[in-house]
Write a protein that binds this ligand. Structure first.
Ligand SMILES: [Zn+2]
Length: 64
């Protein structure tokens, strides 16, 4: 599916690096005034535990 003109920005899950669609994602949190989206509840919980780490060092690749 194409997004018209790329109007809806895909967000990157800061924990695992997956692309997340902000319009459909149920998992999000606000940290220091910025909204972060997640692919799963597990990533959301992980971010809440280690927010500073993920913002500083970027996503960790999860084993698939
Ligand atoms: Zn994730």
């Amino acid at each position: 599916m194409k997004s018209p003109g790329g109007f809806i920005m895909e967000q990157i899950d800061p924990v695992c690096g997956m692309k997340v669609n902000p319009t459909t994602s149920k998992y999000k949190t606000i940290y220091k005034g910025k909204i972060y989206y997640f692919c799963s509840f597990a990533c959301l919980k992980e971010f809440e535990k280690n927010a500073e780490l993920y913002l500083r060092e970027g996503p960790r690749k999860m084993p698939t």
